[in-house]
Structure formats: structure tokens, C-alpha cells
Design a protein around this ligand. Sequence first.
Ligand SMILES: Nc1ncnc2c1ncn2[C@@H]1O[C@H](COP(=O)(O)OP(=O)(O)O)[C@@H](O)[C@H]1O
Ligand SMILES: [Mg+2]
Length: 388
Amino acid sequence: MENILEVKDLHISFDTYAGQVRAIRGVNFDLKPGETLAIVGESGSGKSVTSRSIMRLLASNANVDNGEILFKGEDLVKKSEKEMQKIRGSEIAMIFQDPMTSLNPTQKIGKQIAEPIIKHQAVSKEEAYKKAEELLRLVGIPNPEKRMKQYPHQFSGGQRQRIVIAIALGCNPDILIADEPTTALDVTIQAQILELMKELQHKIKTSIIFITHDLGVVANVADRVAVMYAGKFVEVGTVDEIFYNPQHPYTWGLLSSMPTLETSGYLYAIPGTPPDLLNPPKGDAFAPRSEYALKVDTMYEPPLFKVSDTHFAATWLLHPDAPKVTPPAEIVARQSGFRTKQLQIQPSDDLSQMSGQDLEGPQDKNNLSVDELTTDRDGKGEANEPRY
Ligand SMILES: Nc1ncnc2c1ncn2[C@@H]1O[C@H](COP(=O)(O)OP(=O)(O)O)[C@@H](O)[C@H]1O
Ligand SMILES: [Mg+2]
């Protein structure tokens, strides 16, 4: 299936008084028609900047330093603002965490849904209002004909997010980007909106990029998951691969800090804080927080290693010569239930291009010395014991 979107080696920085913030440091991914890709990572990892770059809605101090964003084969980075205005809302639509940022408090809901339809599609006013009413019904707002005449403040938070989704769907976008669409809502409403998105995806078959800091919500909505850390995708795979056969210590940490039904009391939290993107660290950016860090992590950035045709992770632990470490018990339990066909773990050359990480390190990743691949970071000859 041809990809509707291909992001290649994207690098974005922001000019600030303190210097250049390197927010996106070589992001690569693709999106297939009708698929839902979840992008997950802690706050500040670059999820919003990635999604805003697709819409070309970046702050004025942003620079796209490198990369391509191919939408139906055309590079959005090179489009004029006028061309982007045509694409925004009609071919690519975005919904944000706070529905009120997208709604006009002084305008009736019906008008707010119908207007973009009139603007982007060759339909009459009557047809557009008819469609607006259908959309309200589709997103689960009862009495749409009456509610069309009401204002945003007459709706609850969850209903407002439904309305924003209706507006986004108005022009049958090819891609819907949802940036933490449920984060501002309480848990039950959150579940309802997620259910709605799943249902809509089924009916409408729009491609969706679903952004969240909460790995717990993606299992139900996504086909594939990309785990983001410090401006990079550190692991990408199908939902099953990420949940039941995760390979990156950061993904292990995220999964371990997820509350489950069995969780009682103490919940694991990943130690430390994300790196300062004014001075991104050399090597693996997660290493300073990882119990599993190897010596090589402090020197060279790991490429994306191939785990399966759909699963890649950027950790030196996947290097054939790396020591075998035992993941946290909870992760081992997840993995034991996962039936892999055949795990072929190899550094993949096609993906070093896909990973776009300018490796300052050895070009031939198979030629790392055994010494570099020890877990011994401080030279005392003791392997780090996982302490999850
Ligand atoms: N306009 C800006 N100026 C400077 N830094 C920014 C700007 N916008 C975002 N950043 C920085 O880019 C990084 C990624 O931000 P963001 O994509 O919003 O994270 P997320 O959505 O994953 O929480 C953060 O370090 C953030 O501080
Ligand atoms: Mg964000």
C-alpha cells in the first residue's frame, strides 16, 4: 500500500535567547491510508512539534533544518503558505488538547462546522448545513438540528471535543492529527472520545496520527506505535510488538510506569529527567536514565535496529555483540506471551537511512569492539544490574 505521508530525516530547532533548542533530531516515519499511528512520549519529547510541522503551524522561531514531509508524494516543507492553507483543514486536519482553542465562543456550532465545508468544497449553504447536522449525529451529539443553533459554552468539555472532531471531519481529510485530544478530559469522557475515534476510523477510514503522553490509551486506538524520546523515534512497531515485545529500555520504562488492574500502591516512575535539548547528549539520549546503558551509549548514537519487518528500536542492546540483559520482570512476562515468528535482529542499513541519525560513530556497526559493548560505563568491571 502506498504511503499517504512520509517524514524523512526531519530536524527542527528553535531559536531562543539561550541558544538553539534541537527539538526534533532526525525523525522518520510513514503513514498508510486508513492506519492509525500513535506517537507516545513524555512531555517535551517533540510530539507536538512533529505534528505541527506537518500542518506547518510551527512557532515563528522554528527552523526546519533538514528533512522532507511528503504528503501524497509532495514535500510540505516546500509549499507556500497559500498552498498550505488549502491543505489545512481540507486534506490534513488537526485537533488539539483544548477544544476551546479551535472553537469560536461567539459563533453557533452549526456555522462553525458548515463554514469550512463551504470554503473547501463546492457545495451550497444548505448542503453544508445538512452535512454539519449529519456530522454532529455521527460524533454522537443528540438532537443535532437543535444543537446546531447553540454556542460552545452550552456544551460540556467532552461534547466540545466531539464538535471539534466533527469540524475536522467536515472536509473528509486524508489525515487527521489528534494532539492529546483527551488529555484535558476526565477519565470516563476520555474513554468515550477514544471509542468515538475508533468507531470513526472504522467508518471513515481516515489515516490518524494520535498523539499522547499516555501509553495506556493507545492499545485500543492505534495500529502502530512510535515511541518518542528527546526529539527522536526510539522504537516503532505494531501495537502488539510495542506492548508485548518491547526492545528499548525507554519503552520498558513507559510500560512499567503504566497503571494496571493488578497495580497496587507503588507505581514505577522512570528516574531522572529528559535531556536538555539546548545541548543534546552525545550517544543514546536515554542512557543517563537507563539501568541498561552500555559504554557505547555514551559515545555513539544507536541506529534503529530491525526486530521485524514492522518493528525497529534504537538501542545498542540489539547489537549482535551486546551483552544479553534481562528486562524488568514485568516486561519479561509480557514478552513470554508474545509469539514471534522469527526474531531476526540485525542492524538494518535501509533503516540507518530511515533513522536519519547522523551517526558520528562507526559506520560499520558490526565493528564495535567488545569493550565498547560492555555494560561497564565507569570502568570498574561490574555490569549494571537492572533495578526495575
Ligand atoms: N516555540 C518554541 N521555542 C523554543 N522551544 C520550543 C518551542 N516549541 C517547542 N519547544 C521545545 O521543543 C521541545 C518539544 O516540544 P513539544 O513538541 O511541545 O513536546 P511534547 O508535545 O512532546 O510535549 C521541548 O523541549 C520544547 O520546550
Ligand atoms: Mg504536546
